[in-house]
Design a protein around this ligand. Structure first.
Ligand code: E4P
Length: 217
């Protein structure tokens, strides 16, 4: 399963890239606003930090304007992936862009039928939002299971990009179900390294090592 960082914070992206775990980045208008940076400038900088796809979202609601925005965004770098909402106009834009060889991430997916439409429109990625689903009283991971079944039934190439990931269990279940990608805030990814027994183990080994009086370097 690929790991994307769901952030527009440069320092966090650099730190993740250094671990070798970074397969791409997703941003959205809220994350850009939170960064306080210019959209084009920060997107260009992020594209230079990873070879993987960097999702940059259109903000228009109609297909012709989405195409104009996508035209500007895709010139930023070869690894820009245009993010469009799961609407009729969004999927028209998805079809036009992917036919032209541009990567597209169809976002704000909340049902398996919507994911089916995104795949039929040729989406490179579909982003089902599990956390927001959970917040709304449904089980977000059930949605991922359904989409996996549908995509496998029809051998769709569209990659399932689990989004709105809030905790380690979302990551674990995504991997068990066989999602292609998950995107999470850096804090969630950092949390995956942690285990109390790892910390206790290191502590115990170092205590015993000290008694030997030896050093490696
Ligand atoms: C990713 O592409 C989405 O924009 C993001 O995961 C949304 O997460 P949120 O529901 O925590 O805002």
């Amino acid at each position: 399963m690929k790991f994307f960082a769901d952030t527009a914070e440069i320092d966090d992206i650099k730190e993740m890239a250094a671990t070798g775990l970074l397969d791409g980045v997703t941003t959205n208008p809220s994350l850009i606003a939170k960064s306080g940076r210019d959209f084009m400038e920060v997107t260009r900088e992020i594209c230079g930090l990873t070879d993987g796809p960097v999702s940059a979202e259109v903000v228009a609601l109609d297909h012709p304007t989405m195409m104009k925005e996508a035209e500007i965004l895709r010139k930023i770098a070869d690894n820009v992936c245009i993010k469009v909402p799961l609407t009729i106009d969004g999927l028209k834009t998805c079809k036009a862009l992917t036919d032209d060889g541009t990567m597209v991430n169809v976002t704000l997916c909340f049902s398996a039928n919507q994911a089916l439409l995104a795949a039929k429109a040729g989406a490179t990625f579909v982003s089902p939002f599990v956390g927001r689903h959970d917040d709304n009283g449904s089980n977000g991971m059930d949605l991922i299971r359904d989409i996996r079944t549908i995509y496998d039934n029809y051998l769709f190439d569209t990659e399932i990009l689990v989004a709105s990931v809030r905790h380690a269990t979302h990551v674990l279940e995504s991997a068990l179900i066989g999602a292609d990608v998950m995107t999470a805030p850096p804090a969630v990814i950092k949390g995956l390294f942690k285990h109390i027994l790892t910390d206790k183990g290191i502590e115990g080994f170092l205590k015993d090592w000290e008694t030997t009086g030896q050093s490696i370097v």
